[in-house]
Ligand binder design. Sequence first.
Ligand code: PMP
Length: 427
Amino acid sequence: MEEKPPDWYEPGLRHVWLPYVQMKTMREPLAVARTEGCRIVLDDGRELIDGVASWWTACHGYNHPYIRGAVERQLAVMPHVMLGGLAHEQAYALARRLAALMPGDLERVFFSDSGSVAVEVAMKMAVQYWVNQGVRTRKTFVAFRGGYHGDTTGAMAVCDVEAGMHALFRGFLPEHVIADLPVDEESAAALSRLLDTCASEIAAMIVEPLVQGAGGMRFHDADVLRRLRALADRYELLLIFDEVFTGFARTGTMFACEAAGVVPDIVTLSKALTGGTLPLAATIARRKVFDAFWSDDPAHALMHGPTFMGNALACAAANASLDLFEREPRLAQVKDISAALARGLAPCRDLPGVKDVRVLGAIGVVELERIVDLARLRARFVEEGVFIRPFGTTVYLTPAFTIEAEDLAKLTAAVVKVLGESGAGIS
Ligand code: PMP
């Protein structure tokens, strides 16, 4: 930090446990005073253009006045009541609106508070879907190499071990089948052969549609999803799309499943659901999944109920976020961002150490051969006045959809400049 940190910093740093980092050797996190649109204002007065949108959540930029107004109004009326035995308008309106946005008969919405828990709920739904129909053998999942679905135990177990950063928990986690994505006919045939051997034990296949995010921002095309749907139908498996990252226009359509014309059986959403203002997640099931729980037998009920599920403030934020998607030209903005990312990052192709440059929707990725000093690279971006957080071998941009063209150009220019330097940590 360039100036003296604020009073709260050092005393708090001695007690806070930070994510995904060796705290002994880490560079200290940047103290933030406030956010504004696509800017992060640091305590020492520096302003960073945000290239990450806080782990891909803040799709309308920070502090959007419309969302803030909705949350403030809800706060005055009722911040929270439990959804067990009580109902409130924000959660019910949101469930109805999400169901209307989803393709096909994805119409039953279970609320929770994080992407990982939304995945846990999807997995429980899938297993119990079979159990409720008298099938007790289907308790395993097929997931995919490069996939990431969260950090809770059930979700960890369907991550690719490397992409999910969970290798150390091998042996502790339940074992599922991690397969190659069916990216062509040959790999589809391989997956089909695999399912020949184990389908009777499989509850569902789970995939991040179009983009495997935390596993390295890897893209696949919509055919993969159509093949998965066909295989799920052939082997009578449920198909779960984890749209925690891809949901809400990040890949260019409101949901990634739309691009493939595929209706999965269960969808998970979180991240941009509240426009990045409050934690909220949803697991959305097709009618046939819900129908398997609809019974006179109490044991057929879904026994899940996070304390803060359907939190009224979070649902108010989500409803306001959906209003913004309706009223403002978000999809057109994503299209423009896509073109600007492609243009702005193209010069990276000629830089030494760059393996690939790819863009989908409002996701721009520069894949490097290696990053030798991640902390150094991250710090270089901050020196350039941008907040960009490379991981693994990936430098990526996932800006807010409301970012000004000029700010976006500064982000891409910073990537080109820093990756072109020797001593920036990449070689
Ligand atoms: N699924 C996907 C596809 C994700 O990208 C993430 C988070 N990066 C999660 C699940 C887990 O979400 P959360 O961090 O909110 O638990």
